[in-house]
Design a protein around this ligand. Sequence first.
Ligand code: S3P
Length: 462
Amino acid sequence: MMSREKQARVDYHVSPATGALQGRVRVPGDKSISHRAVILASLAEGTSVCDGFLDSADTRATMVAFRQMGVDMTLEGECLSVNGVGLNGLSAPSGILDLGNSGTSARLLLGVLAGQRFSSILSGDESLTRRPMRRVADPLNVMNADVRTTPEGTLPAQITGNRRLRGIDYELPVASAQLKSALLLAGLYAQGKTVLTEPAPTRDHTERMLAHFGCPVTRSGMRITMQGNSLRTGRLRIPGDISSAAFFLAAGSIVPGSDLVIEGVGINPTRHAVIEILNRMGADISVSNLDEGSAEPVADLRLKYRPLHGIRIPRELVPIAIDEFPAIMAAACHARGETILEGAAELRVKESDRIQALAEGLEIIGCPVETRPDGMRITGGRPEGGVVRSHGDHRIAMAFSVAGLAAEGPVTVQDCENVDTSFPGFIDCARQLGWEIQTSATENTEDSLPSVAEKQWPDPRL
Ligand code: S3P
């Protein structure tokens, strides 16, 4: 049985804003890109350097996993330096690879581990061990990998090494960048081509970074083709995370008079739909200082307050704004009229069931909500405030901190420790714009959850 530690619970308290949000901020580096930087730099031969790296609980999980497999790396401030060992240079980890709360680490690692000569076991925390992994394990096994999940299709997963992987021609059943990336990473180890067809475009950071590290990936419509060989070292500049910036865009959109700039944000076209959605709702977000000189486009985002109205969110924008719906819905509860979100069933299998977590909190603060299996309809207005749960989900915690800014009364969000998984320094960044978030810590009286869920472990000798 895993040891249980007492953990303090951190709650956020947000009062209605007394003035406009104003100023300039930078948000930390992009989480998705930072994970990929650790992975590809580890698999390249030689030293790669990445500036703007996000030092967060999730990216640390990826770093720790590669260190366990013998990769030497140092992080000084935001500069990550990795001594890559080459595609076949990883060594067997001495124990289970624990990816904590990080779905991206787990799914991408499954793809890498499927191609190794050694066997491994991969697990995570209470939330991660509830998330679906069969979507990754099944196609990897079609590539001749041997990846076994629990009977429920969840972690822990056991990956048997020394398999000869074959490329596949595969239609992804869900629009998932993590699934696509796992298969592309396994494709590095496969004989022949790996050809993937996406049902809708999803973030393309893996494709861009593979090309940057010398392994070209071609795209024709929805079809992506790559063939594994070797990776050369790279120098990367990781832009600010638009998923973190989204909370400031949403916050400024609901506080009258706000005028703020977020500098150096990644605006990859497969990620930037939050800008279009908020602008369609009436916000005024403009893009300046665009720099397309490196692997990922970067720009400054300026938001000027204009009153919001509800919209039906276009379905084609859903996969490219998937992580921003907590922020968007927090803004929508202050918009005039109804906002309708459909085609977003994937939100149910994120760090929490985000449709249910949002609906629960929105109802509590006084915003009428109707949920559906793949979305929700909310009626905006002026919510009253109240005490809501984050469900241990970083983006739900930050979303309700946004919602509190324009409510009638204060909003308390419980269990916000996990904000550090994507946005360390969130409260300080918010304060720079005049957004005050108070915190309180309570000693948990119940036994805290262990970091790795207690499940039936596969045989660790395998
Ligand atoms: C991510 C892809 C998205 C997103 C997640 C990060 C990635 O998930 O929600 O936070 O880095 O590839 P999907 O795989 O479901 O697209």
